[in-house]
Design a protein around this ligand. Structure first.
Ligand code: NAD
Ligand code: TYD
Length: 340
């Protein structure tokens, strides 16, 4: 049995990867280490805890808490650390940058210290295409491009990436990094645009579209991202970064239309609202480095968005209770009267 510490495993992508990894690697024991912030949710792992009892454990803790991280390392002695833990929402980072620096930069440093002190086969950092900043058509970001982040979120992620590379080069920690594009699929907290639009549309609420809606994102299925992460863990070279994305960009307005069409709701639900400050216009990744390892995307945008819409229609038990309390306070602060 190989023990794998998955930090942030109770969040959206982390929980999808935990399920994916336990199904795929029958010789893995997974320990999820998660602070359970507003975005962390044990409901995301409910089926996992039942199905994989004996190969799955959960530890509640903060990656920025050195003692808690070192204690988990002593107790579980993982061979691999895969770090999904982060504060992740751009709009929240514009409200409170400090928590992003604390988790995404300092927390990454603490995990790297743990990897260095205890020794691991691999430390893998989950990063984002946002570290490159926006890029004009027809260009695509490659792994060697300079980092040019725009928001406190993406700047914190870039800081985490650089620290990983420094620990690789200076201390010989076997680090790899994947930089994924926007993920969609089951268990994404409904502050992110796709689940926000789907759940609002189901309830006939407005879809707050920032600015002109012509910004472009590569919306990939979360399971394609999981494939990429898993392949890099297996075949990636220490010290290297790998982009993960479908390579196909969609305009936000077209994504909103796709959701409304799938739900048979009127386009009049789209409500243009004030743009996000510093809003990146377009992300686009060159994914040839990952393809060279044997990866390819299994879902088109049409399949990914249909799968996602269907999941939110069928799993209202999961998201309805999230749209209360803290969520509503955030929603009001972010959207004001435009969101109603
Ligand atoms: P998420 O917000 O859904 O989940 C984050 C998880 O991290 C939560 O379970 C939360 O409780 C936990 N967490 C936060 N701070 C913590 C701390 N200090 N200590 C321990 N746990 C903590 O995020 P996500 O969308 O699943 O993103 C996961 C990772 O993937 C992040 O590193 C993010 O930057 C990256 N990423 C996300 C996307 C995307 O589209 N969502 C795209 C590319 C990369
Ligand atoms: P988001 O899901 O926040 O991801 P990111 O900003 O990390 O790419 O937003 C995706 C796109 O959707 C981005 O261009 C901003 C836009 N957006 C809206 O138009 N309205 C919204 O309410 C939100 C949250 C995002």
């Amino acid at each position: 049995m190989k023990t794998v510490l998955i930090t942030g495993g109770a969040g959206f992508i982390g929980s999808n990867y935990v399920r994916y990894a336990l199904e795929k690697h029958s010789d893995w024991r997974v320990v999820v280490f998660d602070k359970l912030t507003y975005a962390g949710n044990l409901d995301n792992l409910k089926d996992v805890a039942e199905k994989f009892e004996g190969r799955y454990a959960f530890v509640r803790g903060d990656i920025a808490d050195r003692e808690a991280v070192f204690q988990a390392m002593r107790e579980h002695a993982p061979a691999l650390i895969v770090n999904f833990a982060a504060d992740t929402h751009v709009d929240r980072s514009l409200m409170e940058p400090g928590t992003f620096i604390m988790t995404d930069v300092y927390g990454t440093y603490v995990l790297l210290e743990a990897a260095r002190e205890f020794g691991v086969e691999r430390y893998h950092q989950i990063s984002t295409d946002e570290v490159y900043g926006d890029i004009a058509e027809p260009l695509r970001s490659t792994e060697d491009d300079r980092l040019h982040p725009s928001s406190p979120y993406s700047s914190s992620k870039a800081g985490g990436d650089l620290m990983c590379l420094a620990y690789g080069r200076s201390f010989g920690v076997p680090v790899t990094i994947t930089r994924g594009s926007n993920n969609i699929g089951p268990y994404q907290y409904p502050e992110k645009v796709v689940p926000l639009f789907i759940t609002n549309a189901i309830d006939d609420l407005p879809l707050p579209l920032y600015g002109d809606g012509l910004q472009m994102r590569d919306y990939q299925h979360v399971l394609d991202h999981c494939d990429g992460i898993d392949l890099v863990l297996e075949k990636g070279q220490p010290g290297e970064c790998y982009n993960v994305g479908s390579g196909v960009e969609t305009r936000n307005i077209d994504m909103a239309h796709a959701i409304l069409d799938l739900l048979d709701k009127p386009r009049a639900l789209i409500r243009p609202v004030k743009d996000r400050p510093g809003h990146d216009r377009r992300y686009a990744l060159d994914v040839s480095k990952l393809r060279a390892l044997g990866w390819s995307s299994r879902h088109t945008f049409a399949q990914a968005i249909e799968d996602t819409v269907r999941w939110y229609v069928n799993n209202q038990w999961w998201w309805r209770k999230l749209k209360s309390g803290e969520y509503l306070e955030y929603y009001k602060r972010q959207y004001g009267s435009a969101g109603r």
